[in-house]
Design a protein around this ligand. Structure first.
Ligand code: HEC
Ligand code: HEC
Length: 311
């Protein structure tokens, strides 16, 4: 063999080695991706099982809350607002940035672990007297942020079939009476109304997955002028965030829960409603909002809003 041929052979060998090494790494990263997907799938399945056992009574069979049939009274969790998208998501949308993803996870973990003061959302974390471990709460969050409501549906079908439930029996799983439930009294998590409004209205398919800016809900318009705010958000958004889970999304009332809060039915003097909001109605689910940190001025704003503004 002359030197030219030797060099050629060596270059050939080098290429072959590079090819093999390259193929190995490509393979390895798909292998890792597949393994990760498998772990996510298993955790989401565990989350789905926990959802069926613990959450559907209030949030609805498929997490659709008030939009479900039968309707749950607690907010919708089966929402694109809580989706965390990876690079190869099925929608072809931009991946959720790490910062936004972390924010969503923290919001969900805190809410589930700590519950919500003055609402019927219980504390679930073992650390706060609940029944779920950190691992279990994480699995619930994995199910929610991956939008795996198909797993919830499958699990529910299985559980309900084993229990021999018919359509009526399935309806009865959804709470329609709050009298047996108790208000969460204190909250261990960080929680602010503007954050809440932002998280709920986030659109992961718009732009870079940044949290949407809150759009003032319909009903704030009063012929121009600044809409009054409560705790940093327009009063309509506040009512939507803090009162809707008991009084209905359109303040129409929820049977067995809160009364309607519409100008047409609120025919008592302002003081009567001020009293109800400020001090709550002991013996019912209606909490004291003074105790929850609202000022008297803010409560007056709420009274004026529910007595004068149509939803
Ligand atoms: C007894 C009823 C009840 C049960 C059971 C319940 N929730 Fe809730 N949950 C609520 C209510 C009510 C709210 C809304 C609180 C408010 O008005 O801010 C809520 C809010 C939430 C939120 C915040 C959503 C948002 O848009 O603000 C999450 C997340 C959540 N619940 C997850 C769960 C999970 C997971 C479970 C099961 C482990 C569960 N909940 C069980 C009543 C319940
Ligand atoms: C956890 C459930 C719950 C939440 C959250 C809640 N309410 Fe209520 N609210 C009730 C219940 C239950 C009643 C009815 C009490 C009764 O039967 O007297 C009530 C009664 C009222 C009344 C008296 C209505 C009347 O006709 O007597 C007003 C006003 C009111 N709520 C305003 C609010 C406002 C404003 C918010 C949000 C800041 C709010 N509520 C949040 C459960 C709730």
């Amino acid at each position: 063999m002359n030197t030219g041929k030797q060099v050629n052979a060596m270059i050939g060998l080098l290429f072959l080695t590079l090819l093999i090494v390259g193929a190995y790494f490509v393979n390895e990263s798909t292998r890792q991706e597949e393994a990760l997907e498998e772990v996510t799938e298993r955790n989401a399945e565990r989350g789905a099982r926990l959802y069926v056992q613990n959450c559907r009574g209030c949030h609805g069979h498929e997490g659709l809350g008030p939009e479900g049939d039968p309707a749950g009274f607690a907010p919708k969790l089966n929402s694109s607002a809580f989706l965390i998208l990876n690079e190869h998501n099925e929608f072809g949308a931009k991946a959720t940035s790490a910062g936004v993803a972390e924010g969503i996870r923290t919001f969900l973990v805190d809410t589930i672990a700590c519950g919500r003061t003055n609402t019927l959302m219980p504390k679930w974390s073992l650390a706060f007297g609940g029944s779920l471990s950190d691992r279990q709460i994480t699995n619930l969050v994995i199910m929610i942020t991956n939008g795996r409501w198909d797993l919830v549906e499958r699990e529910a079908e299985h559980v309900d079939e084993e229990a021999g439930l018919d359509e009526q029996g399935r309806r009865e799983i959804i709470f329609s009476d709050s009298s047996a439930l108790s208000l969460t009294q204190s909250n261990c998590g960080q929680f602010s109304i503007p954050d809440l409004v932002n998280f709920r209205s986030r659109d992961p398919f718009a732009g870079a997955g940044a949290a949407a800016t809150p759009t003032p809900a319909a009903g704030t318009a009063d012929g121009g002028g600044e809409a009054p705010t409560v705790q940093g958000v327009p009063v309509a958004d506040f009512v939507n965030a803090r009162c809707a889970s008991c009084h209905g999304a359109n303040r129409e009332g929820i049977t067995g829960l809160g009364l309607p809060l519409l100008p047409s039915v609120l025919d008592q003097p302002d003081d009567f409603y001020f009293e109800a909001i400020a001090n709550g109605r002991p013996g019912t689910a209606m909490p004291s909002w003074l105790a929850a940190g609202l000022t008297e001025d803010q409560i007056r704003t709420l009274v004026e809003f529910i007595k004068t503004v149509e939803p």
